[in-house]
Design a protein around this ligand. Structure first.
Ligand SMILES: [Zn+2]
Length: 196
């Protein structure tokens, strides 16, 4: 069961019972989720920490389905960093009495063609782009096409976005990386030196 970056336990009402894993600390360090990584989450509903009504609704349905599935449910999604496309897997397992154990792990990563940062505005009318929470693709308002973040013209600063779920992800199409990992030129992280 190694390799999981994040885990958390949710009660039957999707409130945090426990959480941990190296990625909490990593997210705090690189500034992606400082507040989440350092906060005491006990009793908070997970949806209070997830941007976007559609993402919340998607997660709610995923967790409900996972509670009813023997062995739980797994789903790939993207959790990109500004310079890296990161393919993740989320695995939600029922632990009895409505409790759910949710684990997230990195499956693969490839570099972005250029750095892409986004900023959630919370205002669907005030943004030029929608961003899919599951596959991290972006759709310019007025366009029907969901594009990889680095398929858009480079922006001078963070792209103002509103988070939603794209049509493919709503249909259950698995999130993926756009190019095979082997051609990305990334080397796997070195194994930690063995001591004692
Ligand atoms: Zn999507």
């Amino acid at each position: 069961m190694s390799g999981y970056e994040i885990f958390y336990l949710l009660d039957a009402e999707d409130r945090f019972l426990d959480w941990g894993g190296p990625a909490w600390e990593g997210a705090a360090r690189d500034g992606r989720a400082t507040r989440l990584a350092t906060a005491n989450l006990t009793g908070d509903r997970i949806y209070d920490h997830v941007a976007g009504h559609f993402t919340q609704r998607f997660l709610r349905a995923f967790f409900a389905e996972a509670r009813a599935a023997p062995g739980g449910l797994r789903r790939t999604y993207r959790c990109d960093a500004p310079r890296t496309k990161r393919l993740m897997e989320m695995w939600a397992e029922p632990m009895g009495e409505g409790t759910l154990r949710v684990r997230h792990r990195l499956i693969d990563e490839t570099p972005m063609a250029f750095e892409v940062t986004t900023r959630e505005t919370g205002d669907v009318m005030g943004v030029g782009h929608l961003r899919c929470s599951m596959c991290n693709r972006l759709r310019r308002r007025g366009s029907r096409e969901w594009l990889e973040p680095d398929a858009l013209p480079p922006a001078a600063g963070p792209i103002a976005v509103f988070h939603t779920i794209c049509t493919d992800c709503r249909r259950g199409v698995a999130a993926r990386l756009p190019i095979p990992a082997k051609s990305a030129g990334l080397t796997p992280p070195a194994a930690p030196p063995s001591s004692n």
